[in-house]
Write a protein that binds this ligand. Structure first.
Ligand code: PAF
Length: 287
């Protein structure tokens, strides 16, 4: 696996692979890779001949006071993990390479509606930063397909909308969330948790699972369901950012006849913000 740091080297390496008739897959990341990222690369390798990954901690998607500076940078370990998972080329640019004229004059990509609630409400500008960097990376790599984790459910919805609305010729593939044995969704931010917080963290998944199970059994009082879930999170020492039952495609609040639902949450343990979600398809309409 080669590592390149410039757009020029990236384009040359991808052009060589294309010249050999290879189908190109892309996995964008911010590094500090875990088994969840490895699953994205494995999926990419199953669907294409040449897998490009990127590692770039994108300042444009972090708000003031968020964890941009302390976000873990672990390039050597990440390179090893990517290699093992079947990656062929790593693009690891600097901030200057990605934003040569500075971020304040950077053209932005904004996806309305889908970017606005949930994580978008507590992290203003976050999804604009994500959509902007992902569209730049797509233009640099020009992949046939790109793989994203379903843990970032709203991010995946925003990227699907961006690709559709801007007619980008990239197939977007969602990969199911990888979890620890106790249910906690793998995330680079789990590394911030103290041992006590780590022990409490699976309450998020347990809460979502309980709510999803109740929905499958026919519970349709979403407000009561959410209130019960909030009480569970609080009892586990978590501070809710949001806990919602939403339509899985539009992300609007769930209605009684919806069949495709997502139970979706963000919650704090100390200063660490964890997100998770469970998608469920109901065989019969909810009402
Ligand atoms: O999900 C992430 O790691 C990031 O938001 C992404 C998609 C790599 C864009 O910076």
């Amino acid at each position: 696996m080669n590592t390149v740091k410039t757009v020029r080297e990236l384009r040359a390496a991808v052009a060589r692979a294309r010249g050999e008739g290879k189908r190109i897959a892309f996995v964008p990341t911010m590094g500090n890779l875990h088994s969840g990222h490895a699953a994205l690369v494995t999926k990419a390798a199953q669907r294409a001949d040449f897998v490009v990954a990127s590692i770039f901690v994108n300042p444009l998607q972090f708000g003031a006071g968020e964890d941009l500076d302390k976000y873990p940078r672990t390039l050597a370990a990440d390179q090893e993990r990517l290699l093992q998972a079947g990656c062929h080329l790593l693009f690891a640019p600097t901030v200057e390479e990605m934003y040569p004229d500075g971020m304040s004059v950077q053209t932005r990509v904004s996806v309305p509606h889908l970017s606005e609630g949930l994580c978008g409400a507590s992290r203003p500008g976050h999804f604009e930063g994500v959509a902007t960097v992902v569209s730049k990376l797509f233009n640099m790599v020009q992949p046939d397909l790109a793989v994203f984790g379903e843990k970032d459910f709203q991010q995946l919805a925003v990227i699907r909308a961006m690709v559709r609305d801007l007619n980008m010729p990239v197939q977007i593939i969602g990969e199911p969330t990888v979890r620890a044995e106790d249910g906690l969704a793998l995330s680079s931010r789990n590394g911030y948790l103290t041992p006590e917080q780590r022990a409490a963290a699976p309450a998020l998944y347990r809460t979502l699972s309980g709510m999803a199970e109740a929905l499958r059994r026919g519970q349709r009082d979403y407000a009561a369901l959410i209130a019960g879930g909030e009480a569970q999170l609080e009892a586990a020492g978590m501070r809710k950012d949001y806990l919602e039952v939403r339509h899985a495609v539009t992300l609007r609040p769930a209605q009684l006849d919806d069949r495709d639902l997502v139970v979706i949450a963000a919650a704090y343990l100390g200063n660490t913000r964890l997100i998770d979600n469970l998608y469920l398809h109901l065989e019969t309409p909810s009402a």
